[in-house]
Design a protein around this ligand. Sequence first.
Ligand SMILES: [Zn+2]
Length: 144
Amino acid sequence: MGRRQYPWVWADVPWSEAQLLTRGKHDGLPLLSKGLADRAILATRRQLRRQGLRPGGQDPVAILYFYSRKAGGKVFANLYLIAKAKPVRPMTPAKWHALNKANLARRTCPECHRDVLYVIYPSVGMCFACLETSETTKAAQTAA
Ligand SMILES: [Zn+2]
């Protein structure tokens, strides 16, 4: 692999006032080889993820290429601006709602259908009030 496929090119890049050394263009974006991408400014999706970030709707500003034995050759990865990245979506209202609903279901007694404010023991299958009632009934039936 001695052939130099990508010539060194000084180019304007969106994240720097000054021209930077690139390896030309790929899909209309500056192409960078490993080491050319400033890790404090640019990150791949995977690198962002490791920092608890996501691209957040921004378009990639550059393409990074590197050779990966695992991938069996050349790999291209989109590079995003860390400054424009957003935190990984924490809990959305919809997610909270779903969680609350799930919890509510677990707190609702199948017998009396009340939200008893604690999780019904699956092994018992009813709230304590209903359990007491059923035990009392059972005891009464036994006594009778
Ligand atoms: Zn109940």
